[in-house]
Design a protein around this ligand. Structure first.
Ligand SMILES: *[C@@H]1O[C@H](CO)[C@@H](O)[C@H](O)[C@H]1NC(C)=O
Ligand SMILES: *[C@@H]1O[C@H](CO)[C@@H](O)[C@H](O)[C@H]1NC(C)=O
Length: 280
């Protein structure tokens, strides 16, 4: 994907939706975080066999090795969990529903997915399927109503639907509406959820203006850059790395062509924090 496409992508992406099930003020310590969506929030669900997020140099900043996060370090989920003063919720694919293991919630997000079938995601669970996974757990009483009282759902639909639309030149339905419909059925059992949209686009824009990051055309340049037309993380059959890393990772907003660095996400999180504080 070229720089121009990347920029178009940046302009289109970024819808995050937040829902509190009950007033969370003052009880953040018990909070659970349920996460749905794509690579902006995936913390390890994408299969090792297909996701570059499982290859070095992904994860070099945190946790120090590839962890399935599409970044050198933390992604949005990790920062939102820290806001809630809880640990980042376990990836669903670990398939361990022991109460201790899932006390901070579960992350259902899979990189490359959207509401509709996308180019990247092949057979990865789309939004509906991710929500189905959650509903199955509720119907099996893995979580009971009481558990869900102070839970938050974080949804990221950053741009895979749009990218697929652009690539296919097709028509796209109003995926926000479908998403909302899906989510409304999500916590039917508990009291009426409140839906809040966080404007990730705005948060990106203000984060990108920080002095920490370079200005001009260096700004969108990723730290991990593929060479010879390859992608960040690619190693050829002779073991030669087909990517280079920037010198100042901490001053890079983008890690690869589409995903922010640990510092990039930190900056986005700081931009979102005032609205989070107002809402939760
Ligand atoms: C999501 O995936 C499921 C299972 O593959 C499929 O049945 C459903 O049609 C998909 N949803 C959309 C909106 O494409
Ligand atoms: C893409 O859309 C344009 C404008 O609607 C149309 O002229 C063109 O034929 C479309 N291309 C394909 C491959 O569908």
């Amino acid at each position: 994907m070229g720089k121009k496409t990347c920029f178009i992508f940046l302009c289109l992406l970024c819808l995050a939706l937040f829902s509190t099930v009950n007033g969370l003020k003052g009880q953040r310590f018990d909070a659970k975080l349920f996460v749905f969506g794509d690579s902006y929030v995936d913390t390890g669900n994408s299969p090792r066999s297909i996701a570059k997020a499982w290859k070095p140099p992904y994860g070099i900043t945190y946790p120090g090795k590839p962890s399935g996060r599409f970044s050198d370090g933390r992604v949005l989920t990790d920062y939102i969990a820290s806001f809630l003063r809880i640990r980042s919720p376990m990836p669903y694919v670990l398939n361990n529903f022991n109460p201790t293991f899932i006390r901070y919630g579960i992350n259902f997000a899979h990189g490359g997915t959207g509401v509709f079938p996308t180019l990247d995601a092949s057979n990865q669970p789309n939004m509906t399927t991710q929500i189905d996974f959650f509903q199955q757990l509720i119907s099996k009483n893995v979580y009971i109503k009481e558990n869900l009282r102070s839970s938050v759902a974080l949804v990221s639909l950053a741009g895979n639907d749009y990218a697929t639309y652009l690539a296919k030149n097709g028509t796209i339905e109003s995926h926000n509406e479908l998403l909302l419909e899906n989510l409304l059925s999500l916590n039917k059992e508990s009291s009426a959820p409140v839906f809040i949209y966080l404007d990730l686009y705005k948060a990106f824009s203000s984060a990108l203006k920080l002095q920490q990051f370079p200005s001009g055309n260096q700004l969108l340049k990723p730290c991990c850059t593929g060479v010879d037309g390859e992608d960040c993380g690619f190693v050829d059959k002779n073991g030669i790395r087909k990517y280079v890393l920037c010198r100042n990772l901490r001053q890079s907003f983008f890690w690869d062509l589409l995903h922010p660095t640990n510092e990039g996400w930190r900056a986005v999180y700081f931009a979102l924090r005032p609205s989070l504080k107002n809402l939760l």
